[in-house]
Design a protein around this ligand. Structure first.
Ligand SMILES: *Cc1c(COP(=O)(O)O)cnc(C)c1O
Length: 243
């Protein structure tokens, strides 16, 4: 068994235990493997171990990796899903629209409009999440909770996007209780949009929160997608991607 296969097994076991404690079905939480800084060969190893969805932060790095993984023509590779989970500047929206299946970090209407306009004909709608800033720092990415519904109302009108849910990246919290408290804020935003009666929310089913350090608390608070990097691939070294 490879290290990645072993690590994936351990993360799945943590998700299962967290689901059991919360009386949730284990199928209610998806695992997104965050492969930033790791190369196409590492992604291949994870695909061979059964992983199908991958999250990337740096768009240029991701575009090259996605092409390299496609060229490998892996069994199951046609079902891979690529999620953009890093900040999206206006000048990168075209690359995101052309290469990804999901963009989780939308926090401005202008970015949403560009993604919709630049989604190529013939591709499925781009799945998008609204990034919400649940712990308040004014300089952080993400809309404040109070503005999320207004952004959702505008985003559901964009023809080439599918609004899928909410994502958040809270700062590290000291313990399980504190992690749960902050994740519950994102859960509340998710539920309030869901209950809003807005048209176009038929596929609004994703609450993306929880990483290696706090996925257990995130699942307890209602996460439907945990984003795990180091817990699967090991410690990241920034700079040249590891092969
Ligand atoms: C890097 C990253 C992750 C994964 O973090 P780990 O602590 O390595 O699991 C998850 N989400 C986002 C947005 C990230 O940038």
């Amino acid at each position: 068994m490879t290290t990645i296969e072993n690590n994936l097994g351990q993360i799945h076991a943590r998700i299962a235990a967290a689901c059991a404690s919360a009386s949730r079905p284990v199928t209610s939480v998806q695992l997104l493997a965050v492969s930033k800084t790791f190369g196409a060969d590492t992604v291949r190893e994870a695909v061979l171990a059964g992983q199908r969805s991958f999250g990337e932060n740096y768009i240029q790095e991701a575009v090259e990796k996605i092409a390299a993984v496609r060229a490998m023509q892996l069994a199951g590779g046609e079902a891979l899903q690529w999620h953009c989970i890093g900040p999206i500047q206006s000048n990168k929206t075209r690359l995101v629209a052309e290469n990804f299946d999901w963009a989780q970090t939308v926090d401005r209407l202008k970015i949403a409009e560009r993604l919709s306009a630049q989604r190529p004909l013939g591709m499925a709608r781009l799945n998008v999440c609204i990034q919400v800033n649940v712990d308040g720092g004014a300089t952080k990415s993400g809309v404040m909770a109070e503005q999320a519904l207004e952004l959702a109302q505008a985003m559901v009108k964009l023809p080439n996007l599918q609004l899928r849910g909410i994502m958040s990246i809270p700062d590290d919290a000291p313990d399980f209780e504190a992690q749960c408290a902050v994740h519950k804020k994102a859960k509340a935003v998710f539920e309030s949009i869901k209950a809003s009666g807005l048209a176009g929310l038929e596929h609004f089913d994703t609450l993306s929160m929880g990483m290696t350090g706090d996925l257990d608390a995130a699942v307890a608070a209602g996460s439907t997608m945990v984003r795990v990097g180091s817990g699967i691939f090991g410690r990241r070294t920034y700079g040249t991607p590891t092969p």
